[in-house]
Design a protein. Structure first.
Length: 480
């Protein structure tokens, strides 16, 4: 049975007579905290789920809980009969006000089956009440498609997923039936475990990544941890020194920065560093460069942080200078802001052209990359990728894509990872969206879509490096 993927967050309205299977289906598909059940609320405000005298209070409480949850844009599965049109329209209206998708799930269970299930219940629905519900359901079923829901669904396997995965099943099928190739890079963005064990940790991660099938390993080029990832005083290794160590720890993967801030080093010196890495790694270096953005880091280290226009001029000069530096001879270079009288750099890189990768998705950055670089690294969904591609011009250039990626072997493991890794007080659904949390099949579909948009390499940052085995399963789907 094909799994239905619902966008997160969404409102799911269950509609059907008693004993049609609504509660059983909801419990099998959704976490308990997402389900608002009239029966459970009746037990909360009354003597038990079958306390009919508490029904009015239970429904009043249900309406308030639904209103509060949708107001907070939380996925809400409404488990009640759903036969009252006014209530359904009220819930649909709340979803629309919150900008959330709203679907109805219609439980068209045969009347005889509902009656049979009811007879087997410890607490039966009165026969006349069930007969009335079945009669009303016949009329309601015809009206549901015209009430304005995003979809009216039959009960099937379902899961709430970040938007990026809603359509990924079709792409995953395409990859299974007509595989395409795609390169994978691992971005290392933090260094846990304490300084005494860092060397062993870095070596283990690199060797596991290589064994998992990654084509490259990238490190962030910063001198203190960035606020998006951790605290300024967290252990953080210098990038190019780390890459030199990784060259000795690995034999196959390419090695580079994502990306080196152009203000951090004398550009000619950066070229010498990259050439040295290429020689010592056997021709595996990638030189990533970018505009630099972390002003607080500059101030902390006593570096000037030029205005953006000056940094763009420096970036353009760097993109012109570095290939000259890596080439034969020692001709001088004079750019807009750089003046290098002698471009001697021996030994030259082993690669005929050491790849220059530009990081950034801004229009001006993309224009520079399209004019001078070998590759550009962008962020965002497929729409953003296509928009970036349109700004690169006609010159051939590889498109690469960076994203945080949480991978679970299956939906259950994925939910456990989200609950364990999300920061305190962060909505699990928001965290899942922020880290592109998906199963192996979800990720295969997402990366197939990126490949179809023109991406040649995906770089992923894993929130939990314990998921490298799951990443290997994704990578294997893109191998011949």
């Amino acid at each position: 049975m094909a799994e239905l993927k619902l966008p997160s967050p969404c409102v799911v309205v269950l509609v059907g007579p008693g004993a049609s299977g609504k509660s059983t289906w909801a419990a099998a598909q959704f976490a308990p905290e997402l389900i608002v059940s009239s029966d459970r609320l009746r037990a909360l405000v009354g003597a038990g789920e079958d306390d009919i005298t508490a029904s009015s209070d239970a429904f009043a409480l249900l309406e308030e809980v639904v209103r509060q949850r949708i107001g907070r844009r939380l996925t809400t599965v409404i488990d009640t009969l759903g036969l009252d049109r006014d209530r359904r329209m009220r819930w649909l209206g709340l979803a629309r006000e919150a900008g959330m998708a709203c679907v109805a799930v219609a439980f068209d269970t045969p009347a005889d089956e509902c009656r049979r299930r009811n007879r087997e219940r410890p607490k039966r629905i009165p026969a006349d009440a069930l007969t009335n519900q079945l009669r009303i359901w016949t009329s309601v079923q015809k009206k549901l498609p015209d009430e304005g829901y995003d979809d009216v669904l039959q009960p099937t396997a379902a899961r709430v997923v970040p938007d990026v995965f809603v359509e990924s099943a079709a792409a995953q099928t395409r990859q299974s039936e007509a595989p395409v190739g795609l390169r994978f890079g691992l971005q290392v963005s933090s260094y846990p475990g304490g300084r005494a064990g860092l060397a062993a940790w870095v070596r283990e991660v690199a060797q596991r990544a290589e064994a998992a099938g990654f084509d490259a390993i990238y490190v962030m080029d910063h001198f203190r941890q960035i606020p998006q990832v951790g605290r300024a005083w967290d252990d953080f290794l210098e990038s190019w020194t780390t890459l030199g160590y990784l060259a000795a720890c690995t034999s196959r993967v390419r090695l580079g920065t994502l990306v080196s801030g152009i203000t951090y080093r004398n550009v000619a010196h950066l070229g010498k560093i990259a050439a040295t890495l290429d020689v010592l790694s056997g021709g595996r270096a990638v030189c990533g460069v970018g505009l630099a953005w972390f002003e607080a880091e500059h101030k902390a280290y006593g570096w000037t942080f030029p205005p953006v226009g000056e940094r763009y001029a420096l970036l353009e000069d760097a993109l012109r200078l570095l290939p000259i530096l890596w080439g034969p001879g020692n001709k001088p270079f004079r750019g807009k802001v750089l003046d290098v009288p002698d471009t001697t750099c021996y030994p030259r890189p082993l690669q005929d052209r050491l790849p220059l990768l530009v990081g950034g998705s801004g229009p001006r950055t993309l224009r520079l990359a399209g004019r001078y670089a070998d590759a550009v690294n962008v962020f965002g969904d497929v729409v953003a990728v296509r928009k970036a591609t349109a700004q690169l011009g006609d010159r051939p250039i590889e498109l690469t894509h960076l994203s945080t990626t949480l991978i679970g072997k299956d939906a259950r493991q994925l939910d456990e990872l989200v609950q364990r890794l999300r920061p305190r007080n962060v909505n699990p659904a928001k965290y899942a969206a922020a880290v592109n949390a998906g199963t192996v099949d979800d990720q295969i579909g997402r990366f197939r879509e990126l490949s179809e948009a023109g991406v040649a390499e995906v770089m992923i940052s894993l929130p939990d490096l314990g998921t490298l085995d799951a990443a290997a399963d994704v990578i294997s789907a893109f191998r011949p």
